[in-house]
Design a protein around this ligand. Structure first.
Ligand code: PBG
Length: 334
């Protein structure tokens, strides 16, 4: 790339191009559209339920019938897909997280209800045990150690159950080694060759998941932290190794998570692999923008749109975000 400017001040004035709206529109290098969003939705058992989440103002736990309404709204706004996450009461959790493989669990019931009424919307399922375990970890816990291969076996069953319920994308977020290949094999064997895998490939052990833990009922439950399986925020080469492995094992697309503090990872992953690359604007990122806006400390709408545009600029093909519907309404308004 030629970094020498093709000219010099005063003949060259970059402000000339920024002088009017029509010119700024022509100059724009990145376009955000409703097609870029996967809307993150939190489910809770019930009927007609829209329960506020304290740490995520504007986000509600939705019962399956309310999730159907959200799916209709998403379709009408032109949002391609929803990502569903289940809330589980502490007393319904078990050490082995058995409800994860129950074909009638909340996730599966919601998926069936949505697909019955809005078949054209894409549905993504989180594959991990943390909403179901009484210790809040993504895998099986034995004497303080997360068991890898034993967990992978259950994740395969969970993914197959989700595919059977109508999910189009299964998204393993657990960070166990070898799970993408095992899930691909399990899906194929069960006849779900066309169900996609989006690997949470570069997932960091992040403080920015805090509000999500409240949202799904893991907040008071989680024992210790997830640093033996999620990545060290200091690392970037390791992210490329994780992504490379997941693609080799059969991931259709990969994800970087969290989003805004990790834009350098998004850029490296996109440049290195040229694969469909997604980014998750996680609960803490949502909460920060929302809280500052509520305090009048920044313009919430502009911060939302700027953050989403930044993901596209960094190289993401799409964004999983709690802001999807709101941002889509802003885009539609023009
Ligand atoms: C769990 C999972 C997490 C998120 C998505 N799936 C949290 C975690 O790993 O502890 C985070 C989502 C968010 O913060 O918005 N496997």
């Amino acid at each position: 790339m030629n970094k020498t400017p093709l000219g010099r001040y005063p003949a060259l004035r970059l402000r000339r191009m920024r002088g009017a709206d029509w010119s700024r529109r022509l100059m724009s290098e990145t376009t955000l559209s409703c097609d870029d969003f996967i809307w993150a939705i939190v489910l809770k058992d019930g009927k007609g339920l829209r329960e506020p989440i304290d740490a995520m103002p504007g986000v509600f736990r939705l019962s399956p019938d309310e999730a159907v309404k959200a799916a209709i709204e998403a379709r009408d706004l032109g949002i391609p897909a929803l990502a569903l996450f289940p809330y589980t009461d502490a007393d319904a959790r078990t050490p082995g997280g058995e409800d994860a493989v129950n074909p009638d669990n909340l996730m599966c019931r919601a998926a069936r209800a949505i697909k019955a009424q809005v078949p054209e919307i894409g549905l993504m399922a989180d594959v991990a045990l943390d909403p179901y375990t009484d210790h809040g970890h993504d895998g099986l816990l034995n004497d303080g150690v997360i068991l890898n291969d034993e967990t992978v076996e259950i994740l395969v069953k969970q993914a197959v159950v989700q595919a059977a319920a109508g999910f189009d994308i299964v998204a393993p977020s657990d960070m166990m080694d070898g799970r993408v290949g095992a899930i691909r094999q399990g899906l194929d064997k069960a006849g779900y060759q066309n169900v996609q895998i989006m690997a949470y490939a570069a997932k960091y052990a992040s403080a920015f998941y805090g509000p999500y833990r409240e949202a799904i009922g893991s907040a008071g439950v989680l024992q210790g932290d997830k640093r033996t399986y999620q990545m060290d925020p200091a690392n970037t080469d390791e992210a490329l190794r994780e992504v490379g492995l997941d693609l080799a094992e059969g991931a259709d697309s990969v994800m970087v998570k969290p989003g805004m503090p990790y834009l350098d990872i998004v850029r490296r992953v996109k440049e290195e692999f040229a694969a469909p690359t997604f980014v998750f604007q996680v609960s803490g990122e949502y909460a920060m923008i929302r809280a500052a806006a509520q305090n009048g400390w920044l313009d919430g709408e502009r911060a939302m749109m700027e953050s989403l545009t930044a993901f596209k600029r960094a190289g993401a093909n799409g964004i999983i975000t709690y802001f999807a519907a709101e941002a889509a309404r802003v885009l539609r308004r023009g």
